[in-house]
Ligand binder design. Structure first.
Ligand code: AHG
Ligand code: MN
Ligand code: MN
Length: 345
């Protein structure tokens, strides 16, 4: 320990590990793009504020009257939970006021939401305001999923067709996860970074720089309750995961939380594959292309992983309608390649 007598006036400066806040990180990124107008940071600030408010509600869900059903169903015919509706209203409110967004595609809105007075704005946001609704009342991890697109044609009023863009045109994709800690994970096409909310500061701080998904993994994540309906190739792959083979670390472990966000996040950090295949109830799979599959596909590809519908790259699917569903095979590259190969076998 250096004593001060040798260096009068120089106290021992404990080097604080520099906290990088989300604002600082976005500002630094913006500096890298000469033409950056600050629009991104205004959209992200709106998303961040919305997430902090939803996080606050989630953390006291049992104490406030926000558990349980809202008493209506969304366009998907799914029972809306109170928190689904609260989260939807929160994000629509903040995104509408940030001055950059012309339209919002939300799981909880039948049609595209046209931001009042936003017809000249350049950006479109697709959002799943609350992912994992079935887990709200049982205190399991839930989250918010979002993608940001640019309007393709500014010369005329935006229409629904402007919202239906392939995932390859995403400018940014990310999710907030309200779990044992609250995190933001996102990409703008230059890798994937994770930020953890410091509750005392109410700041998202960089905690997982340059996230990469392991090329292979030992976890498979699928709702085996639907196995009677699985396509042959999926059944073959799941049986293969369960076989004993030391060489290839099998049998793999089965993990299924029932929130895409939580199952995806675990696999992103540890390696693994998540599958939502076609089922009798959902012949095109259950998950929605515009605000679940494309978002996670952009993130996983930027982290070195892979996302397929089983027949094509998720991000190349040409959307035909706002709430379109596609089958999803996503995670560690080698695992997705193996699963897709078995589908075609
Ligand atoms: P949401 O709550 O936004 O409707 O999403 C729920 C989704 C997804 O989070 C999860 O992976 C999947 O539903 C679970 O579906 P099953 O309960 O059919 O397995
Ligand atoms: Mn969802
Ligand atoms: Mn949802």
């Amino acid at each position: 320990m250096q004593n001060n007598s040798e260096n009068p006036g120089r106290e021992n400066k404990k080097t604080m590990k520099g906290l990088v806040t989300l604002e600082q990180f976005i500002a630094d990124q913006q500096a890298l793009h000469a033409g950056a107008t600050g629009a991104f940071s205004r959209i992200f600030r709106a998303l961040e504020l919305g997430a902090k408010m939803v996080n606050r509600d989630v953390r006291k869900a049992g104490l406030a009257d926000i558990l349980g059903d809202f008493g209506s169903t969304n366009v998907q015919g799914e029972e809306q939970k109170k928190l689904d509706v609260i989260a939807d209203e929160t994000f629509i409110n903040h995104l509408s006021r940030c001055g950059e967004v012309c339209a919002i595609i939300s799981e909880e809105q039948d049609e595209a939401y046209w931001v009042p007075g936003g017809e000249n704005n350049e950006y479109i946001v697709s959002i799943d305001p609350l992912d994992g609704s079935s887990n709200i009342d049982v205190n399991a991890s839930i989250g918010t999923i979002f993608s940001i697109y640019r309007r393709k044609d500014m010369s005329r009023r935006a229409e629904t067709a402007d919202c239906l863009q392939q995932g390859i045109y995403q400018l940014a994709a990310g999710y907030f996860i309200y779990g044992s800690s609250t995190m933001l994970v996102y990409t703008t096409g230059n890798g994937v970074n994770g930020f953890t909310l410091d509750d005392s500061l109410q700041e998202f701080c960089l905690s997982h720089g340059n996230l990469r998904i392991p090329e292979n993994g030992k976890i498979f994540s699928i709702n085996e309750g639907n196995s009677a309906d699985f396509p042959g190739g999926v059944s073959r792959y799941i049986s293969w995961c369960k076989e004993k083979d030391k060489e290839t670390n099998r049998p793999y472990g089965a993990r299924y939380i029932g929130s895409l966000i939580a199952d995806f996040h675990r696999n992103l950090l540890k390696g693994g594959i998540f599958i939502y295949p076609p089922t009798a109830k959902t012949p095109n799979g259950k998950l929605r292309l515009m605000y679940e599959c494309n978002t996670m596909a952009f993130i996983v590809e930027q982290a070195g992983g892979m996302a397929s519908t089983g027949t094509q790259r998720v991000m190349e699917v040409i959307p035909s309608e706002l709430h379109q569903r596609v089958p999803l095979f996503i995670g560690s590259k080698k695992m997705v390649e193996m699963a897709v190969a078995m589908l075609q076998g």
